[in-house]
Design a protein around this ligand. Sequence first.
Ligand code: PLP
Length: 405
Amino acid sequence: MKKLEKSTKMDHIGYDIRGPVTDMADKMLAEGIDILKLNTGNPAPFGFNAPDSLMEKFTQSVRSAQGYCDSRGLMDARLAIADYCKSKGIPDVTVKDIFTGNGVSELISLATQALLNSGDEVLVPSPDYPLWTAAITLAGGTAVHYLCDEKSEWNPDIDDMRSKITSKTRAVVIINPNNPTGALYPKEVLLEITDLAREHDLVVFSDEIYDRLVMDDLEHFSTAALAPDLFTVTFNGLSKSHMIAGFRVGWMCISGDKEQAKGYIEGLNMLASMRLCSNVPAQTIIPIALKHYNSADPLIKPGGRIYEQREFITKAINDIPGLSAVKPKAAFYIFPKIDIERFGIHDDEQFAVDFLHEHHILFTHGGGFHWEKPDHFRLVYLPCLEDLAVLGGRMESFLKSYRQS
Ligand code: PLP
């Protein structure tokens, strides 16, 4: 066999959520060092669980799930998803337009693979959820990053987006609510993006996995509902809203001008069939979860854990000299800015490594989200208040003397 020192296919795919920082964390763990892992949005290890009654109903339903199902997903699951789409105002979504997946992650790969030819460009936010960029690259396309503007509550910069459209641009990715910034886009911003998509004939990929984790009584607008004519693929799932990331339950639904997208839809169906179907036992939770347990209100209202942890971390970060952060409106991430002049920082990955080494807390540097300047990092604020207080204290004392050489 030829040596496989490098993966020929994966070599050019950047996915910095893995990399030197996580490698070092793995090494420390292997040495028996305890690490607080704030690098992935995985609610369960932080004591977030689905309600017991939901799990009891699930264990009953799972018995009937031993064979493959339709490659698009279980009928009951897709009926429940179609109802959910309707409740969000997404027009004309029938069971034929819905695909379940092993998490949204699988569907991001599927949707990009079916669309892209070599050299095709896709507009992706910066900062991004990096799987989008990796999947586009793996599918042979090129991710072109448009700026989200911290000064404007991390909303997409429409002029920047417009300036990046070329004759090769095929699609635009919208992540709303946003990971890593916690932004929630106003209707007007979404309408400006859909106007651009219409003008340039772009497919819209709208990743809305955090749509039920919106705070302060703000409203989430589904992109597809605002532009019923536009061909849109909307992604959602139960990993975050129902805190069952390990179940790997996600879906995508297509809406808008499906007639014009016939070939693409055929491709989606072919790719979905090639992996037979997504995990069937896990899909049986979808109808129960969406019909009877579809509210994260106890967590996101005042007094709820996510809400209170958001309040705490925002203040803690902004109280540390040299750090600042826009208050997140949704999800459970914050993307603080570092005054890099003050600390002489030129390498944000090194900053994350140094903090991990000294304080045994793992977070992802801004570059991991295709943010160009070394002046940001992302924290997952899922830990309880006591742990967040420890984090704040350690960060403050670390920065008192931190200087990069
Ligand atoms: N999209 C975004 C914006 C995410 O933050 C995540 C996970 O963190 C995913 C998609 C993937 O979610 P899953 O594969 O668990 O459904």
